[in-house]
Design a protein around this ligand. Structure first.
Ligand code: OSB
Ligand code: MG
Length: 369
C-alpha cells in the first residue's frame, strides 16, 4: 500500500483537574491526530502524545511535528508498504523522536488492519477481551484529599493505584493509603525525582508493600538504579529510561529493574513494543502498559495492545472520563468492575467524533505525500 494523503489535526483537551507530578503541573493535554489515507481512500488513525514542555522526556510536540513533516513524511510517501513492520525499518535512519515515529507507525498498523478488515488484536498472540485496569494519581495538596480520591477510584473498581511521589511527599501519603487499604495493589512513580542521597527515603517506602517503585532516578541512569535495586525488596520499574529493546536489554543485563512500564509511543511504535514484549516473555521481566493521557484514539490502541496475556499487571489505562469531560471518539470505553473491554471492530476499533474534535481543534491541515 501507499500512503498518499495525510490529515493533521491539532487539539487541546482540558483536564478535569490539574495533574501534579514531581516535575510540574498539567492543566490541558495537547495532542495531534494524524489520519493517513491510502490510494483507495482507507484511513488509519495515529495519536501524537508528546507534551508541549520537555519535562517528562526531551521530545516535545513541536519537535515531533518538525520531524514528522520534514523527515518522516518524505520517507513514508515514497514507499510501498507491505507490512506495518516495514515502517520501523524505514524510520531507522531517524534517531530518537520516538513519539513522532509512533504517531505514524501506529496509524499505518490501523490502516493495514482496516484494509484487511481485521481488528488489531488479531495480529497479536494470546489475547483477552476484558482487561484489568489501574489509575495514576497526581501529587495531592493534602492527605485527606488524597484519601478521598483513592476511595473514589477503589469504589469504581480500579484494580491498582499508582501515586506520584517526590522526596518528602512519599512516605506519609503512601502510608495513609496503605493503612486504609492494607491489601490494595499500590505503587509509586517518582518520575526521576530522587538521587542517591535520597536512599533513606526510598528505604522507608520499601517497607510499605508496594507492588513497585517507578523511575526513582534519572532517565538515562542504569547503574545507580541497579545499585538501588540491590538494596530494595520492592521491584523497581523503569519508564523514562526505556526507549527501545536495547534499553530493556541493558536494564536486564545489569539488573537495574524487575519491571518495565511499556508505552508504545515512548518506544517508537507497535513493532518495537512487540520486540520488547518478546524479550520480557523470554526473560520473565514483568511488563505492563503505561499511558500518556491519551485521548480515546491512543487509549483504544493501548487496549488492543494490552489485550496480550503477558500484560497481567493492571496498566495505566483508565476510562477517559478519569481525565476528560468528553472524548473525541464515539462510545468511549467505560470502566466496569475495574476492567475495560478491548474495542471491537476493524483496526483500533474506534470511530472519531468530529463534532467534539472540531470544538477542541486550533489548527488542521492536509498534506499530499
Ligand atoms: O510517568 O507514567 C508516567 C502520564 C504522562 C506522562 C508520564 C506518566 C503519566 C502517568 C499517567 O503516570 C498515565 C495515564 O494515566 O495516562
Ligand atoms: Mg512513569
Amino acid at each position: 500500500m501507499k500512503i498518499v494523503e495525510v490529515k493533521h489535526v491539532q487539539l487541546r483537551l482540558p483536564l478535569k483537574s490539574p495533574f501534579v507530578t514531581s516535575y510540574g503541573v498539567l492543566k490541558e493535554k495537547a495532542l495531534d491526530l494524524y489520519l493517513l489515507y491510502d490510494e483507495a481512500g482507507n484511513q488509519g488513525i495515529g495519536e501524537l502524545v508528546s507534551f508541549e514542555v520537555p519535562d517528562y522526556i526531551e521530545e516535545t510536540i513541536e519537535n515531533s511535528r518538525h520531524v514528522i513533516h520534514n523527515f518522516l513524511f518524505p520517507l513514508l510517501g515514497q514507499t510501498d508498504i507491505y507490512h506495518p513492520k516495514d515502517v520501523w525499518q524505514l524510520f531507522q535512519g531517524i534517531q530518537g523522536n520516538y513519539m513522532a515515529k509512533s504517531a505514524l507507525e501506529t496509524a499505518v498498523w490501523d490502516l493495514y488492519a482496516k484494509r484487511q478488515k481485521r481488528s488489531l488484536v488479531t495480529y497479536f498472540e494470546e489475547t483477552r477481551q476484558v482487561l484489568p485496569v489501574g489509575v495514576s494519581i497526581g501529587i495531592q495538596p493534602s492527605i485527606s484529599q488524597l484519601l478521598k480520591i483513592v476511595q473514589d477510584y477503589v469504589a469504581q473498581g480500579y484494580q491498582r493505584i499508582k501515586l506520584k511521589i517526590k522526596p518528602n511527599q512519599d512516605y506519609e501519603p503512601l502510608t495513609a493509603i496503605r493503612q486504609q487499604f492494607p491489601e490494595l495493589l499500590l505503587m509509586a512513580d517518582a518520575n526521576s525525582a530522587y538521587s542517591w542521597e535520597d536512599l533513606p527515603l526510598l528505604q522507608r517506602i520499601d517497607t510499605l508493600n508496594l507492588a513497585m517503585i517507578e523511575q526513582p532516578f534519572h532517565q538515562r541512569d542504569f547503574v545507580m538504579h541497579q545499585q538501588l535495586q540491590k538494596r530494595l525488596h520492592t521491584p523497581i520499574c523503569l519508564d523514562e529510561n526505556i526507549r527501545s529493546l536495547e534499553d530493556v536489554q541493558t536494564a536486564y543485563a545489569l539488573g537495574s529493574c524487575r519491571s518495565i512500564n511499556l508505552k508504545i509511543p515512548r518506544v517508537g511504535g507497535i513493532t518495537e513494543a512487540l520486540r520488547i514484549v518478546d524479550f520480557c516473555k523470554e526473560k520473565g521481566l514483568i511488563v505492563w502498559l503505561g499511558g500518556m493521557f491519551e485521548s480515546g484514539v491512543g487509549r483504544a490502541l493501548n487496549l488492543q495492545f494490552a489485550s496480550q496475556s503477558i500484560f497481567q499487571f493492571p496498566g495505566d489505562i483508565s476510562g477517559s472520563d478519569r481525565y476528560y469531560y468528553e472524548d473525541i471518539i464515539m462510545n468511549p470505553a467505560k470502566v466496569v468492575a475495574g476492567t475495560l473491554k478491548v474495542p471491537k471492530g476493524e483496526g483500533i476499533g474506534v470511530k472519531l467524533d468530529w463534532t467534539t474534535i472540531e470544538r477542541y481543534t486550533y489548527s488542521s491541515n492536509k498534506f499530499l505525500l
